[in-house]
Design a protein. Structure first.
Lengths: 487, 99
């Protein structure tokens, strides 16, 4: 039984009341980490000393009368987002030992608002994967069933939040990497509109897709975190100049009369029946809340997988060119420069990362650019147009997140096409750049284990406010899945 | 149907500056062939008059004031270097016979 506060707002209430100091809360979380990590392995680096120093500062700020929504609250950060003074490995051997000399804008914003960083959380290498099995530093276990994966790539943050090893966490979502692990660990995760949050200091995978996203126990916390980290950043020219609404103050209002689309293409033939049932059950709940739910079509959905894997790998092949063994990270120490590049990269990158670099290099290479990369960019335009069309008539979409519940460690599909199809329900919205929030939707029983299932609400660009309102209304009528403790 | 040969994978690996083992080359040739075959379905989509999307952002040519600001100190920039000498990153021989 975990008696620590599980949410940001509950933590703040406790701290504000004086019942606990931030140092005490942080110590309690560090103790919880020490107790849970042998079976979960969510953290790649626990920063006890720095966390306690930040907590001490937070206590001083509280004593001076300050009160911000994150002051003194212990959070975890996916190890793809830089934090000053903490290692940043992207779960890759090629960045082993790298200590960034700067930090991400999102980390700086959280730090300035008084949050405490407990440490860096596991991920698939360079955020490429579904399970954290591609991490060079070991797999994370799903707190709901320890022999299963937590999902990925943000599997470390998802497992840490679900197991109560952090109050909340930041992950990143390129093609579903906060939503899929959230749905496999019974937590909430938001992929915001592309451009809503700065990526400065976030290790790049695919620049036209990467977004930072909050991973939390409830909707209010996701709104609090987005509010804290969103907005224009002079250091990231892809951030919107639009003002950041006070999301956490705009949750109420209900969904009476709102119109939802249920995309028929998202119910794939090989979908687990429990996932389909949970989604349709959520549809009933929306209707009971006074919403209108109708079947809609996004005709280019099936092309999302090939379009994504051509565009994302092409961008990755360019972004990962910087790992050269000269300026930072691993170096193979081969005698001449060219050989050192090739050996460093050949030894430093893992299997999936090399697969994607090769695919992306091929898609961009002379003679294939038009047939693969340019074609994918054109079909991306059509995928986006699908969303524009349905959002003319509907306020949001409701859909499943992952076609199956979490698989056992070591039992992922072995052929890359089947693996890449695991992302099929999260890729189109990522390609379109629209926001989506993953929510707990119940459990399916498999071999005696209760395995979490998630749904997602997908919304209009820059309209996170409506998504939060929907998610909050839905959360109020679920059987408090999100408050359940892991076994 | 695209079928990548081990020689083609070796060529791409050269372009991407990756040393691969013979086993890796075999495996990636099979994997990439399967993925590219799956991607062939994109050819069914009529896109003659569809513009490509490189970015979904409506923003264009975002500029900031061109003002000098403090950057990394040399010591900070070099702190992670595998090899350094006299305040520089050190690289190995570029040309044969050079030191």
């Amino acid at each position: 039984m975990n008696s620590l506060p599980q949410t940001i707002h509950a933590s703040r209430q406790l701290l504000r009341s004086g019942a606990m100091t931030s140092v005490e809360l942080t110590e309690a979380y560090l103790e919880r980490i020490a107790q849970k990590e042998p079976e979960i392995h969510a953290y790649l680096h626990v920063a006890a000393e720095q966390a306690l120093a930040q907590a001490h500062l937070a206590d001083e700020r509280m004593a001076a009368g300050q009160d911000t929504p994150l002051l003194g609250v212990p959070l975890g950060i996916k190890d793809i987002i830089t934090v000053r003074g903490m290692p940043a490995t992207a779960a890759s051997r090629i960045l082993e030992g790298f200590i960034p000399p700067y930090e991400a804008t999102v980390s700086r914003k959280l730090r300035e608002q008084g949050a405490v960083f407990l440490g860096k959380l596991n991920t698939d290498e360079f955020a490429m994967g579904w399970s954290t099995e591609n991490s060079a530093y070991g797999v994370t276990h799903n707190p709901w069933a320890l022999d299963r994966v937590p999902g990925g790539s943000s599997g470390g943050p998802a497992a840490a939040v679900a197991a109560g090893e952090a109050v909340a966490a930041l992950g990143t979502d390129t093609g579903g990497s906060v939503r899929q692990p959230a749905s496999w660990t019974n937590i909430v995760a938001l992929r915001p509109t592309y451009g809503r949050i700065s990526r400065y200091g976030v290790i790049a995978f695919a620049s036209s897709l990467d977004q930072v996203g909050p991973m939390t126990r409830d909707v209010r916390d996701a709104a609090i975190l987005l509010e804290a980290i969103a907005g224009h950043d002079p250091k990231d020219s892809t951030t919107f100049p639009d003002p950041v609404p006070p999301y956490s103050q705009m949750l109420a209002g209900g969904i009476q009369g709102m119109r939802f689309g249920l995309p028929r293409e998202y119910f794939t033939a090989d979908m687990h029946p429990g996932v389909q049932a949970a989604t349709l059950h959520a549809v009933d709940r929306l209707r009971a809340l006074g919403a209108i739910v109708e079947e809609v079509s996004l005709p280019h959905t099936d092309y999302g997988m090939p379009v994504y894997y051509l565009i994302a790998t092409a961008e990755a092949s360019a972004n990962l060119a910087r790992y050269d063994g000269v300026r930072y990270g691993y170096s193979a120490q081969a005698p001449d420069l060219q050989e050192n590049y090739k050996l460093t990269r050949g030894q430093g990158f893992g299997e999936e990362v090399k697969r994607r670099i090769l695919l992306g290099t091929y898609a961009l290479s002379a003679g294939y650019y038009d047939a693969y990369y340019l074609k994918a960019q054109k079909v991306r335009t059509l995928i986006r147009a699908d969303f524009d069309a349905v959002f003319q008539q509907y306020d949001a979409l409701i859909a499943p997140v992952a076609p199956i519940p979490p698989f056992r460690i070591g039992e992922a599909p072995t052929d890359p096409v089947s693996l890449y199809l695991l992302d099929v329900l999260t890729l189109p919205s990522a390609l379109a750049g629209v926001p989506a929030i993953a929510m707990p939707a119940g459990f399916v029983e498999e071999d005696g284990a209760q395995l979490p299932v998630g749904i997602q609400f997908i919304g209009r660009p820059l309209d996170e406010t409506t998504l939060f309102r929907i998610a909050y209304a839905y959360e109020q009528v679920t059987t408090d899945f999100h408050l359940e403790d892991t076994p | 149907m695209p079928k990548l040969t081990p020689e083609e994978v070796q060529h791409i690996a050269e372009l991407a500056k990756l040393t691969l083992t013979p086993e890796e080359i075999e495996r990636y040739a099979a994997d990439l062939s399967a993925i590219l075959e799956y991607a062939q379905q994109l050819q069914q989509v009529e896109t003659d008059h569809i513009p490509p999307t490189a970015s979904v952002l409506p923003l264009r040519n975002v500029m900031r004031a061109d003002e000098p600001r403090p950057g990394l100190e040399p010591e900070e920039a070099l702190a992670n270097a595998p090899e350094r000498e006299d305040g520089y990153f050190k690289v190995h021989a570029v040309l044969e016979g050079s030191q």
